[in-house]
Design a protein around this ligand. Structure first.
Ligand code: ADP
Length: 494
C-alpha cells in the first residue's frame, strides 16, 4: 500500500474561536482529512479519550482551560499520551513556545498561519507518528521473537543437559569437543575441563578410534554403531553410537549420541556362553550316535537312510562349529585364553594358511595366489594362521568360480601388514565396520548358504587386537574386497 492509498488521518481541532475552527476544518476536509472540531478543552479531552485521533490541533488561548492545561491532561492519560499535539497561537513570545514543548506538544504554529505551512507540518508529524508506530510494532515483534527463541533455546538446552543419553558435539575433521552433556561426562569419567577443546583421539576414547575418525571424516551420518568406549579409568563400556551432521552458525559439526549398553552386553555374553556350554554336551552325544549309525554297527542303512544321516551329520557339525566359535570368541574376548607368543617366520604362517585353504579353493575353482614374506615376528602362530585361514575362506566363499584370491604382505619399520584380496561380491559401505561384530552378515542368508557362523571376523578382530594390531577392510560392491591385518613389530606392543 502506498502513502496515497492510506486512509487520511483523523484530526481533532480544539479552538474556542469559531472562525478559526471553521477555517481549519474546511481546509483539512478539503485535503481529505477526517476532522472533528470542538470549542472547549474539556470536550476535546473526552473526545480524544473515547476515540483517540491521529493528531490534535490545539489553540493556546482558551477560557476555562487553556491549551497547555489541556495538553498536560492528555499527556497524563495512557489512552491519549502518544497523540501528537500541534499548538496554534496568536502569540509569538519565545516563552509560550517553550511552555508548549514542556507541556508535551510536538510543534507550534503562530497565527495568522499560512495554509500550506499548517498542512506541511501536520503531514510531517503524521508521518513521524506512523513511522514511530511502525518502529514500535517492529520492536515488539522482535522482542517476541527473541523471547520465543530464548524459550526454544532453553527447552533444547534442558533436553541436552538432562538427556540420559551421552551427547557430544565435535568439530569435523579434527573431532574436537565443543559441547558435551553431563551423561557424557559421567560415562566417560572425564570432567568438562578435560574434555572441551580436546580431540576424540587425544582422549583415547576407544580401541577403534582411527576407524571411527576415518568414518567421521566421510561426513556421512550413521546410526547404532557398536563401539567400545575406554573411560578415564581405562574401564571398557559398550555403547551404541549414532552420528549426525549439524550446522551451527554456518559451520558443520558432528553430533554424537550414545546409548550405554554395557549391562545388556554383559548379560548377553553371559547368556550366550551359558547356552553354548549347555548345548555342547547333548550335541556331543548326538554326534556320537550319528557316527554309530553311520558305522554300520547297528545294521546297514539304505541309500536313502545314508543320505538322511549325512544331512544330520552335516548340520550337527555346523552347530558344533558355531558353538565352538562362540566359546572361542568369548574366551579370547574375556582374556580367558592368552596368546601363546613365539618368534616365527611370517612366510611359514602364510604358506600354512594357504595350504589349509587350497582344497577349498580348488573345490570352488578359485586361483589362490600367495606371496609369502620372509620376516620374523613374535605372535601366536596358531591364532595368526586361524585369522588368515578365516580371511582366505571368506574370500573364496564370496567369490565366483575362476576368480583369483591373493595374499600379500609388506612391512614398515614398526609393523607388517598382511592383505587378503578378492574379486568377489564386495561389502556395502555401511557394513564395512559392522561385519567385524559377531553375528553380523551382509546378507541374512549368508550363514545358511555359505555355511558361515557370522563369528569369524569377530574372532579375527579379537586375535589381532590381542596382538596389539588392527584389522579393517576396503571394499567395492561387485568388484571385490581387501582385508588388511596390521601387526606391530616391536616387542613392547605385543
Ligand atoms: P561368516 O562365518 O558368515 O563368514 P564372518 O564373520 O567371517 O562370518 O563374516 C561376516 C560377514 O561378512 C559374512 O557373512 C559376509 O556377509 C561378509 N564378508 C566377510 N568376508 C567377505 C568377503 N571377502 N567378501 C564379501 N563379504 C564378506
Amino acid at each position: 500500500m502506498t502513502e496515497s492509498d492510506l486512509p487520511k488521518a483523523d484530526i481533532l481541532v480544539i479552538d474556542d474561536t469559531p472562525e478559526n475552527l471553521n477555517l481549519l476544518s474546511t481546509m483539512l476536509i478539503d485535503r481529505g482529512y477526517k476532522v472533528r472540531s470542538v470549542t472547549k478543552g474539556s470536550t476535546g479531552i473526552r473526545g480524544a479519550q473515547v476515540m483517540p485521533p491521529d493528531l490534535i490541533l490545539l489553540d493556546v488561548n482558551m477560557p476555562q482551560m487553556n491549551g497547555y492545561e489541556v495538553c498536560e491532561q492528555l499527556k497524563a492519560d495512557d489512552r491519549t499520551r502518544d497523540i501528537p499535539i500541534i499548538f496554534i497561537s496568536a502569540l509569538e513570545a519565545v516563552n509560550d513556545k517553550v511552555k508548549a514543548f514542556q507541556a508535551g506538544g510536538v510543534d507550534y504554529i503562530t497565527k495568522p498561519f499560512q495554509i500550506e505551512e499548517v498542512l506541511a507540518r501536520i503531514e510531517t508529524h503524521l508521518t513521524l507518528r506512523r513511522l514511530q508506530n511502525q518502529l514500535q510494532s517492529k520492536n515488539e515483534q522482535l522482542q517476541q521473537e527473541i523471547r520465543d527463541r530464548q524459550h526454544a533455546e532453553e527447552k533444547f538446552a534442558t533436553i541436552f543437559r538432562q538427556s540420559p543419553n551421552p551427547i557430544a558435539i565435535v568439530t569435523i575433521p579434527e573431532g574436537q569437543f565443543i559441547e558435551v552433556n553431563s551423561s557424557f561426562l559421567s560415562i566417560s569419567g572425564y570432567s568438562l575441563d578435560e574434555v572441551i577443546g580436546c580431540t576424540i583421539a587425544q582422549l583415547h576414547l576407544g580401541r577403534d578410534i582411527d576407524a571411527f575418525m576415518r568414518r567421521l571424516q566421510t561426513r556421512t551420518a550413521f546410526h547404532n554403531l557398536e563401539f567400545e568406549l575406554l573411560t578415564r579409568s581405562q574401564t571398557r563400556k559398550n555403547i551404541l553410537l549414532s552420528v549426525d551432521h549439524i550446522d551451527l552458525n554456518g559451520t558443520s559439526y558432528a553430533l554424537l549420541i550414545a546409548n550405554d549398553i554395557t549391562e545388556r552386553k554383559r548379560l548377553e555374553n553371559e547368556f550366550i556362553s551359558l547356552v553354548s556350554h549347555e548345548l555342547r554336551t547333548p550335541l556331543t552325544s548326538m554326534m556320537g550316535s550319528l557316527d554309530l549309525l553311520g558305522s554300520g554297527q547297528l545294521g546297514n542303512l539304505t541309500e536313502q537312510g545314508q543320505q538322511v544321516l549325512n544331512i544330520g551329520i552335516k548340520n550337527a557339525e555346523r552347530l558344533i562349529r558355531l558353538i565352538n566359535d562362540i566359546l572361542d570368541l568369548e574366551r579370547i574376548r574375556s582374556g580367558k585364553i592368552t596368546m601363546n607368543l613365539r618368534s616365527c617366520n611370517l612366510a611359514d604362517l602364510m604358506t600354512q594358511a594357504t595350504e589349509e585353504m587350497q582344497s577349498m579353493a580348488n573345490g570352488s575353482h578359485i586361483q589362490l595366489i600367495t606371496e609369502p614374506l620372509s620376516l620374523f615376528l613374535t605372535v601366536d602362530p596358531d591364532r595368526i594362521v586361524q585369522t588368515l585361514t578365516n580371511l582366505l575362506s571368506n574370500a573364496i566363499k564370496f567369490s565366483q568360480p575362476n576368480n583369483q584370491v591373493w595374499m600379500q604382505a609388506r612391512s614398515t619399520i614398526s609393523s607388517i601388514c598382511i592383505s587378503v584380496c578378492d574379486q568377489g561380491r564386495g561389502i556395502p559401505a555401511h557394513q564395512i565396520q559392522t561385519i567385524f561384530e559377531r553375528f553380523q552378515q551382509v546378507d541374512a542368508s549368508d550363514a545358511r548358504q555359505k555355511g558361515g557362523t557370522g563369528l569369524g571376523l569377530a574372532i579375527c578382530r579379537n586375535i589381532v587386537e590381542q596382538h596389539g594390531g588392527r584389522i579393517w577392510v576396503e571394499s567395492i560392491v561387485n568388484q571385490g574386497s581387501t582385508f588388511h591385518v596390521e601387526l606391530p613389530l616391536s616387542d613392547e606392543t605385543i
